[in-house]
Design a protein around this ligand. Sequence first.
Ligand SMILES: [Zn+2]
Length: 154
Amino acid sequence: MLEIVSAFGAVKSALEIAKTAKDTTDEFKISTAMSEIMDKLTSAQSALLEMQLEHQNLIDENQELRKKLSQEAQFDKYSLKRTSSGGVVWQIKNDIAEYEGIIEHAICPKCRVESRLMPLDYYVTHYQCRYCNVLIPDQDGNQNQPSSSDWNPY
Ligand SMILES: [Zn+2]
């Protein structure tokens, strides 16, 4: 923001110098005015380049934040569930699974912390993540989960 003020100030000064020197015939005054105008325009150019760099940084940051928001939004489809053995998984909400026509499944809580959506494989006594290999006990079993390790809801 300061760059805009600086650039406008430099251009305004350059214009005032040009107006003052416009009608003079004195070569020395014209040369001095030209030098001052070039200095002011160089200052304005530097300020605008800084502003352009800052603008690009803001665009990059905005893209990164939008990406993070989008990644976080995919986790809204899940709710925290405690397994019968006291472990914790993120279970897809029933209405979401039904509405989107995807199989019920749980995702890895460890990977979720790192913004990675990893469906857990379900075995009779536990869940397991293929990415980080975390094991989450579920001794009583879960009738809603497929027992095959090859399923992928996506
Ligand atoms: Zn994991």
